[in-house]
Write a protein that binds this ligand. Structure first.
Ligand SMILES: Nc1nc2c(c(=O)[nH]1)N[C@H]1C(S)=C(S)[C@@H](COP(=O)(O)OP(=O)(O)OC[C@H]3O[C@@H](n4cnc5c(=O)[nH]c(N)nc54)[C@H](O)[C@@H]3O)O[C@H]1N2
Ligand SMILES: Nc1nc2c(c(=O)[nH]1)N[C@H]1C(S)=C(S)[C@@H](COP(=O)(O)OP(=O)(O)OC[C@H]3O[C@@H](n4cnc5c(=O)[nH]c(N)nc54)[C@H](O)[C@@H]3O)O[C@H]1N2
Ligand code: SF4
Ligand SMILES: [Mo]
Length: 691
């Protein structure tokens, strides 16, 4: 119960919990105890009352008749979706007694948690769960599916996830969106850029797909997948060769600029053009434009780092962003992630000390299929929450093969019977964020927000924190940390003297003021968290780790002998796989399309609207051809992590084709570095078609 849940009617401020950089302020309208409308909060300093279509329709998801209301136990074969309702007592007892016997027989590392950020609230995403699994001594999961590679590449260069204040976008004169489909994935970044554009700013988009973001650009630059490091090096070549760098900034704020100056000589525009597909004159034009326009800002997206060379792509663009001294100019610099400014006290929240120095094994979440099918000693139990790996994890056929294992005891905690939950032995119903207390820290803007429960728990659903408290009690764990209340968890997380940017931001203050801004440096920090305290154009740390210490182009792996590079990204009306199970959202998306160049389509005998079968060594899937010039020859792009079809077939499962190789840094995913072959689907001959 909270002050809000007790009021049957009213308009309540809260925050969007989805895994999206914008982290919008919301106004939730309630009548007779039910949410009737979700709108944007005009008082939010960045998102200012505008929200996306997905969340505008979210009340329907909250009250969807498919939503889980009670715990379920499997009654049919795995994947058959046959379950019977059970009580919470039986569910918790079934889970903990099974775990107890697994621990006795195989040890706690036979149990593997698997989660991501289906709910961005910190205590539910990475609070009580972490405490519980540390105490249990379970195998660890490396949560590397999203930003791991780029995060590592950026950190080697800048020391941590710091960037320009997005609110300063309005001051920029040149805004470069590099590998980000912001019209769909970061809409308020576009709103801010449009404001700058009204003052005369130019918008440049560098992408492998001329999608909705590319179409709104003043200048769209198509590039071949995984070649961004080469383009950044080519631009740096021109900047050095034509004395367009800021020598003062390089001397005072960076290390390794002399080495870099020598190093980029070999990346002349002709060579770079051959690698990237970007014409030589465009490389000169962009380099000159970038050095002659100030402020100039780069928004570095996630797309570039879902590649074999993803860490390096991000690092190379980051190095480019410092050469002209733009980081000292309001409205200059770059944004990849700003999460360091709102970093809470992770150790106090997650309590890794509960592991008691046990040395537990660890799995990379991008290789779940291997973990479940090809690991000794085996994983005997999987506990999934806030994530839908049967759809979102790479090499999906192997993941599902693992989930089918009769001897794998699987628990899934979610709001819906997802594709993953279909394989569970026990399914637990989760609350939505509108039913939880939590605090939220954007990884793009600088505002922290509190989300109070607005409605009662739906059916018998429970939050992640509540379920882990129940599991801890049933396991007989006596540490008080495993019974802390949600409010206590938040207070502990925000007690963080080591982060100066959080000064004055604590639980009580968040209740009084809905939006509290990190005390970030005016423009640029005095000292970076790199070993040298400066931007590391040359990274001795990388050299020690056997990585190229200077930004270096390393091509995508060619180990797969297939014709096309396949880039399956997210889409406008879904949030990863969330909403893909909703007919309205799927309807707004219309079709699972495959963007293919006209010349390639002609060669393959594929016409616009044809069903295309994509295949490779991992699996196959079907998409509908969208033939045109939105992608370069040799590249095919899809959008959206589509749900299984109504008869539960994974027909449009793009991750059936994605590799589970790891990126060059950070153990990141390589969703966009895979290759596929294409052919037109031959429709079965029917009597009618014969005539
Ligand atoms: N509507 C909506 N919003 C979302 C999400 C969603 O699913 N739907 N997901 C959320 C999440 S979890 C994340 S991580 C972000 C992701 O959002 P973004 O940061 O925008 O990342 P992606 O959409 O994965 O890829 C961005 C762009 O990179 C391009 N790209 C792919 N490979 C390359 C390359 O090698 N070079 C270049 N230059 N471009 C390339 C793709 O064509 C795509 O247009 O969005 C968040 N917001
Ligand atoms: N091919 C391809 N694959 C990708 C990507 C891509 O671009 N291309 N993007 C990748 C990226 S960047 C990401 S971040 C991942 C995202 O992958 P996921 O983290 O799996 O994201 P979703 O698909 O949105 O699934 C989140 C699930 O959490 C559930 N959920 C929401 N709130 C709660 C809660 O409070 N408690 C519990 N227990 N459950 C909750 C939702 O109902 C939903 O089923 O996908 C990755 N997969
Ligand atoms: S999904 Fe993103 S854009 Fe939509 S309401 Fe949530 S934070 Fe805002
Ligand atoms: Mo992500």
């Amino acid at each position: 119960m909270s002050a809000y849940t007790q009021q049957p009617d009213g308009i309540f401020k809260t925050v969007c919990s989805l895994d999206c950089p914008d982290q919008c302020g919301l106004l939730v309208h309630k009548e007779n105890g039910k949410i009737t409308k979700i709108a944007g909060d005009p008082e939010h300093p960045v998102t200012r009352g505008n929200i996306c279509n997905k969340v505008r329709h979210m009340a329907e998801r909250i009250y969807d008749d498919q939503r889980l209301t009670q715990p379920l136990k499997r009654t049919g074969p795995k994947g058959s979706r046959q379950f019977k309702p059970i009580t919470w007592e039986e569910a918790i007892e079934t889970i903990t007694s099974r775990w107890q016997s697994l621990i006795d027989e195989h040890g706690p590392e036979s149990i593997l948690p698997y989660s991501f950020y289906g709910n961005m609230g910190n205590i539910n995403a990475e609070g009580m769960d972490r405490r519980f699994f540390y105490r249990l001594g379970a195998s660890q999961i490396e949560r590397t599916i999203c930003t791991a590679a780029g995060g590592a590449g950026f950190k080697y260069t800048m020391g941590g996830s710091i960037g320009t204040d997005p609110e300063d976008t309005v001051h920029t004169r040149l805004f470069i969106l590099w590998g980000i489909n912001a019209v769909s994935t970061n809409m308020h970044q576009i709103t801010l850029a449009q404001q700058a554009r009204k003052q005369g700013a130019k918008i440049v988009v560098i992408d492998v797909h001329r999608n909705q973001t590319g179409r709104m650009a003043d200048w769209f630059i198509p590039i071949l997948p995984g070649t961004d490091t080469a383009l950044a090096l080519g631009l740096m070549h021109v900047l050095f060769a034509e004395d367009r760098v800021d020598e003062h900034f390089l001397r005072e704020y960076t290390v390794g600029h002399e080495e870099l100056r020598e190093h980029v000589k070999s990346y002349d525009p002709a060579t770079v053009s051959g690698i990237t597909g970007v014409p030589v004159e465009d490389i000169y034009k962009l380099a000159r434009m970038y050095s002659e326009t100030s402020p100039a800002m780069i928004r570095i997206g996630n797309g570039l780092q879902h590649h074999d060379n993803g860490g390096m792509n991000t690092r190379a663009i980051t190095c480019l962003s410092v050469l002209t001294g733009q980081w000292l100019v309001r409205g200059g610099g770059a944004i990849r992630s700003n999460s360091a400014y709102l970093a809470h006290n992770a150790a106090a929240l997650q309590r890794p000390d509960l592991l008691q120095n046990r040395n537990t094994r660890s799995f990379n979440m991008n290789q779940l299929g291997r973990a479940l099918t090809d690991t000794q000693p085996p994983v005997h139990s999987l506990y999934v929450y806030s994530c839908n790996p049967a759809v979102v994890a790479p090499r999906a056929a192997q993941v599902r093969q693992g989930l089918e294992r009769e001897d794998l005891f699987t628990v899934v905690h979610d709001l819906f019977l997802t594709e993953t939950a279909a394989y569970a032995d026990i399914v637990l119903p989760a609350t939505s964020a509108f039913e939880n207390l939590d605090f939220y820290t954007s990884y793009w803007h600088h505002y922290m927000q509190l989300g109070q429960p607005i409605i009662e728990n739906y059916g018998q659903s429970k939050s992640n924190t509540e379920v882990f408290r129940l599991l801890a009690a049933a396991m007989g764990f006596e540490e008080s940390a495993l019974q802390d209340s949600d409010e206590q968890l938040i207070r502990q997380a925000l007690d963080h003297p080591a982060n100066p940017y959080l000064q004055g931001i604590h639980y009580d203050a968040l209740q009084d003021h809905h939006y509290l801004k990190a005390n970030r440096p005016e423009i640029y920090p005095d000292r970076l968290e790199t070993p040298s305290g400066k931007v590391e154009l040359y990274s001795a740390t990388m050299a020690r780790l056997g990585l190229p210490p200077l930004p270096t182009y390393i091509p995508l792996q060619e180990q797969d002998q297939h014709d096309y590079i396949f880039v399956p990204g997210p889409t406008h009306n879904f949030l990863n796989s969330t909403f893909s199970n909703n007919a309205k959202h799927a309807g707004m998306e219309k079709l699972p399309r495959l963007f293919i160049n006209t010349a390639d389509a002609e060669r393959e005998g594929i016409a616009d609207g044809d069903t295309v079968v994509l295949s490779n060594q991992y699996g196959s899937c079907e998409l509908i051809a969208a033939v045109g010039e939105t992608v370069l020859p040799g590249v095919v792009v899809s959008q959206g992590l589509w749900a299984d079809t109504p008869d539960h077939q994974p027909a449009h499962l793009v991750n059936a084709l994605t590799p589970d190789r790891l990126s060059d840094m950070g153990g990141g995913a390589t969703f966009f570095s895979g290759r596929v072959d294409l052919h037109k689907k031959q429709l079965p001959v029917t009597l009618e078609s014969i005539g």
